[in-house]
Ligand binder design. Structure first.
Ligand SMILES: [Zn+2]
Length: 314
């Protein structure tokens, strides 16, 4: 039988109050206002553009992904919200089920290029535990997608864990690998602050094409042929692979529910992460939606993640 305290950590969560802040948009280079608004139980996560007053909320679900080049972009009725992945990674890891995310621009602010600022916003607002129980997407059969030497796979597991491998032809990056039990505490300690990265020549090409106007060493690790241009250096020796893991935690949150399974990605990016989510959702034999009610919990107890109590995260 689950203890009362354990039951409490499987209830749905939103934020205790509305909270907002401003940051630069990576692509527009303009100031963006981001607001997190508490939402009722069973509402889910949605994104909305407040600069387009008539636009509808866009559910944070893989079916609404309209672009995966450079970042993950959600869209509905022609309205887009770009670069949702770092925000989604923080919400996934912190166990937030219901939230309305508003921005007054076509993209979520990039902040420092990591998920840390989103984690801090969640902690500053505080977590409110709701009455309804969470529901999880539990992987029942392995699902794999590949593209050349890149791959992404989900398989059955206890809790949510991941393994990520990258191999860049660059002396400062080359082969990096990380394995992680993706609890909130591990996410916060090991990958939340890992920043996105780019190669100087690519960033210059993007800027010439009118993209990445806000991109700088303030919101990305910038690498040229042999050196890292950020004066402060790296936050982890293997910050690159940690960031790829962070992106995947965000992209897989678009399955629509917290994940119970093992994620293994090799040189994957937003496009392949999205393909994996869509492949899972297209085959009901691959997964099961499990509500954390006492009877369901007793049935699948062995596969539940070690969920951090809300008060430990606030
Ligand atoms: Zn990223």
């Amino acid at each position: 039988m689950m203890k009362m305290r354990d039951m409490e950590s499987f209830r749905q969560r939103t934020l205790a109050k509305e909270i907002g802040c401003e940051g630069i948009g990576l692509h527009t280079g303009k100031q963006v206002r981001l607001t997190f608004k508490p939402a009722p139980e069973n509402y889910g996560i949605t994104f909305r553009r407040t600069d387009l007053p008539d636009s509808r909320e866009i559910p944070a679900r893989a079916q609404y992904v309209v672009d995966t080049a450079l970042a993950t972009t959600l869209g509905r009725d022609g309205v887009r919200v770009s670069t949702v992945e770092h925000c989604c990674a923080a919400l996934h890891a912190m166990g937030i089920d219901n939230l309305r995310v508003e921005v007054d621009a076509p993209e979520i602010p990039i902040f420092d290029g990591s998920a840390q600022p989103f984690v801090r916003l969640i902690q500053e607002a505080g977590i409110a535990v709701q009455r309804a129980m969470k529901s999880f997407i539990v992987i029942r059969r392995p699902v794999r997608v590949g593209d050349g030497n890149k791959s992404a796979e989900l398989s059955p597991a206890n809790g949510f864990s991941l393994r990520c491998h990258i191999d860049f032809r660059h002396p400062l990056i080359s082969n990096q690998e990380i394995g992680l039990d993706c609890s909130a505490a591990n996410f916060c300690r090991e990958i939340a602050s890992a920043r996105t990265f780019g190669f100087l020549k690519d960033i210059e090409a993007l800027k010439n094409a009118g993209l990445a106007k806000g991109g700088s060493v303030n919101n990305a690790i910038v690498v040229d042929g042999f050196s890292i241009l950020n004066p402060e250096g790296l936050r982890f020796a293997d910050e690159f692979v940690r960031h790829k893991a962070l992106d995947a935690v965000g992209d897989l949150f678009l399955l629509g529910r917290p994940l119970i399974g093992h994620l293994s990605i090799d040189k994957s990016g937003h496009a392949l992460n999205h393909q994996l989510a869509m492949r899972v959702l297209s085959d009901p034999h691959c997964y099961e939606i499990v509500s954390a009610t006492p009877s369901e919990m007793a049935r699948i107890e062995a596969t539940l993640p070690a969920f951090t109590p809300a008060e430990a995260l606030a």
